[in-house]
Ligand binder design. Structure first.
Ligand code: ADP
Ligand code: MG
Length: 303
């Protein structure tokens, strides 16, 4: 084949843009199967999720729906069984052990639910935050740690050890620690799970500050159903798949919440149970394309 023919072919066949090519986080048909003995658990069953740079997204779902499994995959601690997962330039499916270490140091920060798991008990708050820092000399790191503690509203505990702080203060120090290396993505798995409502709100505010002031993209798992009022997007996971999304819109002081069903890439949509029950929608439904929407009728309904 001559060079001109190759050029002509290249020009004619522009490949279609890949799913989520401009998103920061792309989960494409993600599967994670755990094998324990003869029992197989499908924790993620073809999960699709896109998160744009700069977003703050809450993930909700019943216990056992796969939320922690998803966050473990995104943090680089666990590898999926199948599917595609990319964060920034990092392809988490094809990542080698050495890259995994670099990814976890440079790209993501992580906050756990158990306050004791986030901080070293024998170090002060400031030392905890400075500890993972890789850039700059000691003096720079200590100053930077102080700034991060101030950012999340816990500058006053800088010289205290974890056991001398409240649970909410510990979680906010944990957020500052997770931000130590300026990660692009901050992951938090039920960071307010052990806290009362008021304290939980302060921790949530700290995550939002990280998102707005530091520009960090935040994915936070929570079982607090009131969170959809606090974040722009809430994604619900059911049985290892994303099932619905609630978008919060703030139009000149008027806040509205709209619930969306999630369509997967094959075009599948889950019809909520109450809709199915109300119209006895079962195995087969009739679809019709209208000018600006799609109608769904029960099988056997009059045309
Ligand atoms: P969630 O965080 O939403 O409560 P998880 O992601 O922890 O859910 O768990 C999803 C499913 O996967 C559950 O059925 C759980 O028992 C199972 N699972 C999670 N981790 C493991 C593991 N390491 N080995 C076996 N099964 C697991
Ligand atoms: Mg969990």
């Amino acid at each position: 084949m001559s060079e001109t023919t190759l050029e002509a072919l290249g020009g004619a066949a522009t490949p279609p843009a890949q799913f989520g090519h401009d998103a920061l986080v792309v989960c494409d048909n993600l599967v994670r199967i755990f094998q324990s003995g003869s029992v197989e658990v499908q924790a993620l069953q073809g999960l699709d999720l896109l998160v744009d740079e700069g977003e703050m997204v809450a993930i909700v779902g019943a216990s056992g729906s796969g939320k922690s499994t998803l966050l473990s995959v995104l943090s680089g601690m666990d590898a999926p069984t199948a599917g595609r997962v990319r964060v920034g330039r990092w392809d988490l499916m094809a990542m080698h052990a050495r890259d995994r270490v670099a990814y976890r140091r440079q790209m993501v920060g992580f906050v756990w639910q158990q306050t004791s798991r986030n901080l070293l008990p024998y170090l002060s708050a400031r030392q905890n935050v400075a500890m993972p820092m890789t850039a700059g000399g000691r003096r720079h790191r200590v100053a930077r740690a102080g700034e991060l503690l101030d950012l999340v509203g816990v500058g006053h505990v800088a010289d205290r050890r974890p056991q001398e702080m409240s649970g909410g203060e510990q979680q906010r120090v944990a957020i500052a620690t997770a931000l130590a290396n300026e990660p692009q993505l901050l992951l938090a798995d039920e960071p307010t799970g052990e806290l009362d409502t008021t304290t939980a709100r302060e921790v949530f505010d700290a995550l939002r500050t990280a998102n707005r002031e530091a520009g960090t993209t935040v994915v936070v798992v929570t079982h607090d159903s009131a969170v959809s009022g606090l974040v722009e997007r809430t994604v619900a996971i059911r049985d290892g798949r994303t099932s619905s999304e609630v978008l919060r819109r703030d139009a000149g002081g008027d806040v509205t919440h709209e619930e969306y069903a999630v369509m997967d890439r094959a075009g599948r949509v889950q019809v909520p149970r109450e809709y199915r029950d109300a119209l006895a929608l079962t195995r087969r439904v009739r679809l019709a394309l209208e000018a600006d929407h799609v109608s769904v009728w029960p099988d056997g309904s009059a045309r």
